[in-house]
Design a protein around this ligand. Structure first.
Ligand code: CS2
Length: 502
């Protein structure tokens, strides 16, 4: 195949493929997105595409990759266009998304990223940089000793981290007299906006301290932390759409259907949800017209999503991997895993606010349907990545609350044990780098030490900051230890049997 999806070829695609109905040359960049991966392209960029199609021309997206050039390399020759393939057992529908105006790669050209962030037309900065890129210490504050934070404090004009880019650009905007942008965090963290706000104020305070100490390379004035604390809006949001990594088979199939090559189409499910706190002093698209729910407090929606969807997703991933299931739908079709997940939901639901009008029964019924989508082939290994960063809000928070309320969180702690067992299984029953975790080095050292199980579990809790300073910590360690012993001896079937799950 020779020609490529682009502005020139998009109008000649088969009639069954949806294409941007608007003039892409007419819209201005209003949003800079940090972390322009598949999730962003299946979610926020698709919503913004609908806004643009409805004539809201000020909200084009500048997509920034903070690490690799892969997305830019695939999409720049396509004028930022890509196909969104929505798949379920009923088939596949294809839509070309046109909302990404340009793509930048931060390590190649940090100045260009700062220029985009400082552009007065940029009114919103959205982020999907994954949990670990927030660089939190195990206590939840900013990991000030992280080499990238150290780098960004010493080189404020050449940042590497989201914190460095946001702080420097907010400082420059302030100096230039332009209004701050609104920061809209779209990662799966609890109170994600407030969390990023807190971390960024901490980071800015470290910048301010260097400036006050007379550091010649420091930039701005020494009150950036106060400015960010008082003047910059960080609405929280809950984002939801299942987006499996694109495979070469997907690329070939989609390109075949288009009749031109798309180097990086994105696969997703029909379901999508976005709930956003309505706090945009610099303006925003009319998202509510396109299915976004604008609310005063996103907390209850976030908790329901993190604890029911993401919590069970992680459970399915680790128990699935330990049971030999490569994809979510296959793991979920395993009667024992399915029964386990039902019990896990039952254990987590009482931790959700009872007075917020959440329909948890309907929610889990939808989840069951979504996890059964055989057309997605969502790999368990993909979800298994970065468990140390994910389990605190997905599993451990519910376990702490159940234990504090006087009940025994057996199912939740089995997920923690399954994570440890799956980490340990790499290089043995699972391929060496089947998934990765920021704690891989200390974990490998720990697993090599042949310690008693309880010591292993307690060390993992310390490394990952699980239940730090909580009264129930020891109980959770003991429950996890018992499950891990059973998993090591009899696999998931052994651990399930002790809970009466078959
Ligand atoms: C998944 C999420 O990979 C993971 O950890 O649990 O990416 C999940 O698919 C999304 O949050 C769904 O909205």
């Amino acid at each position: 195949m020779t020609s490529r999806l682009s502005n020139d070829t998009v109008q000649a695609l088969p009639a069954s493929v949806g294409v941007p109905s608007y003039d892409r040359t007419r819209f201005a960049p209003g949003i800079v997105h940090l972390g322009v991966g598949a999730f962003h392209r299946a979610h926020q960029a698709a919503y913004v595409d609908e806004c643009l199609a409805a004539g809201e021309t000020d909200w084009g997206i500048v997509g920034v990759s903070l690490r690799s050039a892969d997305t830019r390399d695939a999409l720049a020759p396509q004028d930022g266009l890509y196909t969104l393939a929505v798949r379920d057992s009923g088939g596949e529908s294809l839509n070309v998304i046109g909302s990404i105006l340009s793509l930048l790669v931060a390590p190649e050209n940090p100045s260009a990223v700062l220029a985009a962030l400082t552009d007065p037309r940029t009114r919103i900065v959205t982020l999907t940089i994954t949990e670990k890129a927030y660089l939190r210490s195990s206590g939840g504050g900013l990991d000030a000793a992280h080499p990238d934070i150290v780098h960004d404090l010493a080189n404020p004009q050449m940042p590497k981290t989201a914190h460095g880019f946001l702080a420097e650009s907010l400082s420059r905007r302030r100096a230039a007299g332009s209004q701050p942008f609104t920061v809209l965090c779209c990662d799966n963290l609890p109170a994600n906006g407030a969390t990023l706000h807190r971390l960024l104020v901490e980071f800015a305070a470290l910048r301010d301290a260097r400036l006050s100490a007379g550091d010649a390379r420091a930039t701005g004035d020494a009150s950036l932390a106060q400015h960010i604390a008082d003047e910059v809006a960080f609405p929280s949001s809950m984002v939801d759409r299942i987006v499996p990594a694109t495979t070469d088979i997907d690329r070939a199939r989609i390109s075949g259907q288009l009749g031109v090559e798309d180097a990086w189409p994105v696969m997703t499910e029909p379901f999508r949800q976005w709930v956003i706190e309505d706090d945009f002093p610099a303006g925003r698209p009319s998202w509510e017209k396109f299915g976004v729910t604008m609310v005063g407090d996103v907390g209850p929606f976030e908790d329901m999503k993190l604890r029911l969807l993401n919590g069970s997703h992680s459970a399915i991933a680790y128990l699935g991997l330990l049971s030999g299931h490569a994809t979510v739908d296959r793991a979920f079709a395993d009667p024992a895993i399915r029964q386990f997940v039902d019990q896990l939901w039952a254990e987590a639901i009482p931790t959700l606010p009872q007075d917020a009008g959440l329909d948890t029964a309907d929610y889990i019924a939808q989840l069951a349907q979504r996890f059964s989508n055989t057309a997605l082939a969502h790999r368990t290994a993909q979800i298994a990545n970065d468990g140390s960063q994910k389990l605190p809000q997905r599993i451990v928070a519910s376990a702490i609350e159940r234990s504090e309320a006087g009940s025994v969180p057996e199912y939740l702690t089995l997920v923690v044990a399954a994570w440890i067992a799956a980490c340990e299984a790499r290089g043995k029953t699972l391929p060496e780098n089947h998934f990765t975790d920021p704690l891989d080095l200390p974990l490998a050292a720990l697993f090599g030490g042949n310690l008693p199980t309880e010591e292993t579990v307690a060390t993992v809790f310390d490394l990952a900051g699980f239940a730090k300073e909580h009264a129930g910590r020891q109980e959770l360690i003991e429950l996890t230890t018992a499950h891990l012993d059973r998993l090591r001896q009899g696999g998931p079937a052994g651990a399930f049997a002790a809970l009466g799950v078959q």
